[in-house]
Design a protein around this ligand. Structure first.
Ligand code: PLP
Length: 264
């Protein structure tokens, strides 16, 4: 918040927000950030990457601020690649906004740039959209079960998931959100060498290795937090980001349990 406030001037045209933080999943004080931007850069368009929320976890256009007044961003961007497609086999994105004039500026720029998407990709996303809320709810519930189970497991220092009280930004998540997507990050024991964490990820049978998320197949990927980006919270161990798919949660937990017990 302080570093954003320091960077804002009345000339700022666009501020890009994301919630929660990539991989580390800390949930920001979105309404506090918006209030700060509106005060210091009144002309700025506020954009939110809402891929994680998918339009279901919270309403970014109308959020109650500290004083109860409603605050919102001007536009949201979604990677349709993730939950809306749900298949892990399409690359597409969307922009949503409420203001007609802003919409017309965006639509005009879009057409001038000659951007387009393939009709068969559109068909896949449209076919998947009616089941978006069911898939999102199932992956949310599964991820929460796995996050709770992972707390206190040997080899895991901390579990990062906005619905857990120990996760940074939990209070902001609890105030604004009713759901939490299907991502969980395990901060591994700092005593474990990165090679051992890589071997743990390699050895998982139900999880494939991959960076994307929102599809039916669970994915795992190790990250070195140090140097990833400027983080206000220090992360000591290697991070293993899990994306929970649509498999049996018992099978996923059993798979993780076998992998973690091999690390001890
Ligand atoms: C994956 C992702 C993107 C990029 O989406 P692609 O369609 O894969 O290029 C953007 N923002 C967030 C938060 C994402 O998770």
């Amino acid at each position: 918040m302080a570093s954003l406030a320091a960077a804002l001037t009345p000339e700022v045209k666009l501020v890009w927000l994301e919630a929660p933080g990539s991989v580390t999943l800390e949930f920001p004080d979105l309404t506090g950030l918006i209030a700060c931007i509106r005060a210091k850069a009144p002309q700025a368009v506020i954009a939110l990457d809402n891929t994680w929320g998918a339009g279901l976890a919270f309403n970014p256009f109308e959020m109650p601020g500290e004083d109860g007044a409603l605050l919102g961003v001007d536009l949201t961007v979604h990677a349709l690649t993730k939950y809306p497609s749900g298949g892990g086999d399409v690359l597409m994105g969307s922009i949503a906004c409420r203001d007609k004039a802003l919409y017309e500026r965006l639509a005009w720029t879009h057409s001038r740039l000659g951007l387009g998407v393939a009709a068969n990709d559109v068909e896949l996303v449209l076919r998947a959209m009616p089941s978006l809320n069911l898939r999102y709810a199932a992956q949310d519930a599964a991820a929460r079960r796995i996050a709770q189970w992972a707390q206190g497991q040997g080899g895991v220092r901390r579990v990062l998931h906005p619905a857990l009280a120990e996760s940074p930004g939990h209070a902001h998540w609890a105030r604004l959100c009713t759901a939490a997507a299907g991502l969980v990050t395990l901060e591994m024991d700092p005593a474990l060498a990165p090679e051992r964490v890589d071997a743990f990820v390699d050895g998982l049978q139900c999880f494939r290795i991959g960076w994307s998320w929102g599809g039916p197949v669970s994915l795992a990927v190790p990250y070195q937090a140090k140097g990833m980006r400027k983080l206000s919270t220090p992360y000591e161990g290697v991070l293993v980001r899990l994306c929970i798919g649509l498999e049996s949660v018992d099978d996923l937990i059993a798979d993780l349990e076998i992998g973690l017990s091999a690390l001890r």
